[in-house]
Write a protein of this length. Sequence first.
Length: 200
Amino acid sequence: KVDDNGAIKITGSNAVLDNVKLIGGGQNTYGHTLRVDMKAGSVTTIRNSTISGAFRSIQSFALNGTLLIENSTLAPQCYCLNVDGGTGKLVVNNSKLMGWTSYTSSMESATFTDCVFEVNLGSYGYNYLRPYTDTALKNCTLGKGFMMGAGGTGFKISFDNCTYNGATLTATNVHDLFDSDDLNNLKGCIITVDGVNVVL
């Protein structure tokens, strides 16, 4: 156990986890299965893997490089992915995220391609994507009951060829995805669906 009851901590440069099942970690608020802190210029890659069992699947306090997640499933007790510091990038491809995903405004960007966001019945109702920085979703599926907000203002959120609750996401029905509690923040962001500006 390391740092807030985490199971594994990565601080080296260019680490790769491939075809790994990580299970376990703490159930306290910052308890996590995997902690990833990295320097600028480094890439940490997680592919073909499953991370589950703790309150948070992946936690970072210093994501200064690129965190690349591919063909993986994040199924925590609550938070799939939480980045609390750093200036790097988050890239997630062809993966399933079940629960809450959020990342800090200091990050450069986050992109999700061919991903599935689903409600995790054990996640205390924390079934959310709540970004604080530029975020792009392409070919993504957002499940019934999943919600999206904005943790701040002044950044971009784009959807391209995405679906929500089984229907094609449009500049009109995207309002059903947004959490009304975050409406003021959402109004301060530039939001597009397939290139069409969303009016809130």
